[in-house]
Design a protein around this ligand. Structure first.
Ligand code: NA7
Length: 550
């Protein structure tokens, strides 16, 4: 069944932060827009994820929409690092205030999208067979939505309860009195483990790679801080947009060698006490200079040794084999201290091999750990997982799954050669997850909106990334990552956490500020690097109806 007689102007896939803003923005420009969303409600990552301890690792005052003074003024964040419930409530508040739900179809998972050359229309087909036609599609599918389930021998034989953090039940299971195992010590594991340890009878942590965890020092926002943000929001937001990561970190401006050793230590200590990832920005060369990196890493190692009572456990928790800050820094509360509890055991897979999961526990080369519950905190098929879950067919038989079989390729993260009139929000090749993702989402939606407006104004039919411009952009993405230590870690940023996934550093790390300037320049030069085609579609109508007149 085709749901609409007349094609839509814009169909958005996903109703997280990007989909909610996209519906509002494009609709306010007079476009006929619809979002389709697999979940029952808005929220995206913050709808699907609800595991114990889940918080955002960006300050709440910054991790929110910045385009509307009103939205900002009428909402009060309660804590420095907002809990999932609060963020989910915030997105629902924004969706209500912007009245976007009427243009979102929920419980609608997209199975495929196909571009038709003759009509220059996309057909978007849902899993239930319903389909829509649209002139433009905007993939707002999110970077961290598709769970990665590990292929561990015997996992199917486990007779207890098995949960994945990304699909945590709405009714959180009662773990009190149970023997629980957590597999994974990334951001998710680090947030969950201290809370699970308080509930469970025994907690077994299966660690493949130890985490670098900075203390959150979370707590209620002082009223004057909230008020300061309320009064100065636009300026502060602009500062964030013009920063390296889209966040108001305290970016060190000097390299390691320019700072005296005693001053380095004092500054690291000050930043550690302040909490949050600022400690990894103490020098401006932490991710580009091995010596600077090691100074910060050793500072962390000392902190771990002083937090953990048992020296053998402390050694197990000390990361090795990758530079600090080349995997996502974890932000936690009492993470290392949790290993001082009598009911917590740590399996370090660097020294002990996981042989298999059995009906009632986990067997390693060192012994058997009986458990009633296993929680997989094993992460996501990040950045490309949600896009490639959809069968995307572009021009001339292009299929994204094939085109990206050697790794994702895009032009400024938003356009892909072979896929006209399709835009990706926070796609690989853009700062995306290497930034405050809400700042990046807003940028991308606004850039796409300007582009749609340009297409309408000039009566253009299709816009598509030029293959040569895309190649040059990807060389640049590789080159800026290559100037850092970031390729030295087997991180999800590189796709290294998913077996068989091609490895390429996916986010653009040249800086949010630089990226925004580049995108602005591309638009100012008439969408340089994109091929723009035609004046009308096959039926002799302008590519986008002059919706401003309606
Ligand atoms: P991450 O950061 O990908 O962490 C997943 C963890 O699970 C990590 O410690 C993995 O070890 C571990 N893992 C994955 N597969 C296995 C198997 N087969 N056996 C043992 N351990 C395994 O995901 P998160 O959900 O914690 O966080 C993702 C992002 O969400 C985070 O960075 C924030 O941006 C928000 P590995 O490191 O791969 O050796």
């Amino acid at each position: 069944m085709t749901e609409t007689q007349n094609p839509l102007d814009v169909l958005i896939v996903g109703a997280g932060f990007a989909g909610v803003y996209g519906v509002h923005k494009f609709r306010s420009m007079g476009f006929n827009v619809l979002a389709v969303e697999a979940g029952e409600n808005v929220g995206g990552t913050w709808y699907w994820n609800r595991y114990p301890g889940l918080r955002c690792d960006v300050d709440s005052l910054e991790y929110c929409f910045g385009f509307s003074e009103e939205l900002q003024r009428d909402w009060t964040w309660t804590e420095r690092y907002a809990r999932q419930e609060e963020i989910e409530r915030y997105i629902n508040y924004a969706a209500d205030r912007l009245d976007v739900r009427k243009d979102i179809r929920f419980n609608a998972r997209v199975a495929s999208t196909a571009f038709d050359e003759a009509s220059a229309l996309w057909t978007v087909t849902l899993e239930n067979g319903d389909s829509y036609q649209s002139r433009f599609i905007v993939m707002a599918t999110g970077c961290l939505t598709v769970p990665k389930t590990p292929d561990i021998a015997g996992i199917g034989d486990f007779k207890g309860e098995l949960f994945h953090s990304v699909r945590w039940p709405r009714q959180s299971p009662d773990l009190s009195g149970k023997n629980v195992a957590v597999i994974g010590t990334g951001s998710t594991g680090v947030q969950m483990i201290p809370l699970l340890a308080q509930q469970a009878r025994n907690l077994v942590v299966v660690q493949r790679t130890p985490a670098y965890c900075v203390p959150a020092r979370n707590g209620p926002w002082p009223e004057e801080r909230v008020e300061y943000w309320r009064q100065n929001f636009s300026q502060l937001r602009d500062m964030a947009k013009n920063s390296r990561a889209g966040v108001l970190h305290e970016y060190g401006i000097l390299p390691l060698h320019a700072i005296r050793p005693e001053d380095r230590e004092a500054d690291l200590e000050r930043r550690w006490l302040k909490g949050g990832p600022n400690v990894t920005y103490a020098f401006n060369d932490v991710v580009t200079n091995k010596a600077a990196n090691e100074v910060v890493a050793e500072f962390f190692h000392r902190k771990i040794r002083s937090a953990v009572t048992d020296p053998a456990t402390a050694e197990k928790l000390i990361p090795s084999g990758f530079p600090i800050a080349t995997k996502r820094m974890c932000v936690g509360t009492d993470y290392y201290e949790t290993y001082n509890r009598d009911n917590v055991q740590l399996i370090d897979l660097r020294t002990e091999k996981l042989e298999q999961i059995e009906a009632d526990g986990i067997r390693t080369t060192d012994g058997f750990y009986p458990v009633d519950v296993i929680i997989l905190a094993t992460g996501y098929d990040a950045m490309t997982g949600a896009l490639l879950a959809i069968d995307i067919q572009g021009r001339d038989g292009h299929r994204l799954r094939e085109d990206w079989s050697h790794g994702p390729e895009s032009y400024i993260g938003m356009g892909i050669s072979g896929y006209p009139n399709m835009f990706v929000v926070t796609g690989p090749g853009s700062p995306s997850v290497f930034s405050n993702v809400v700042v990046s989402i807003e940028h991308d939606i606004e850039w796409i909106a300007d582009c749609l407006d340009y297409m309408r104004e000039h009566g253009k039919r299709t816009i598509e990334a030029d293959p040569a411009a895309q190649d040059r952009w990807m060389d640049h993405v590789d080159e800026v990552a290559g100037r850092t230590l970031l390729n030295e870690a087997a991180s999800w940023y590189r796709g290294a956490n998913v077996a068989g996934k091609p490895q390429r550093f996916m986010p653009y790390v040249g800086g949010v500020n630089t990226y925004r300037d580049t995108c602005r320049q591309i638009a100012a030069n008439g969408y340089e690097g994109f091929n723009i085609d035609g004046g009308s579609d096959a039926r002799g109508e302008p590519a986008i109806a002059q919706a401003a007149d309606t």
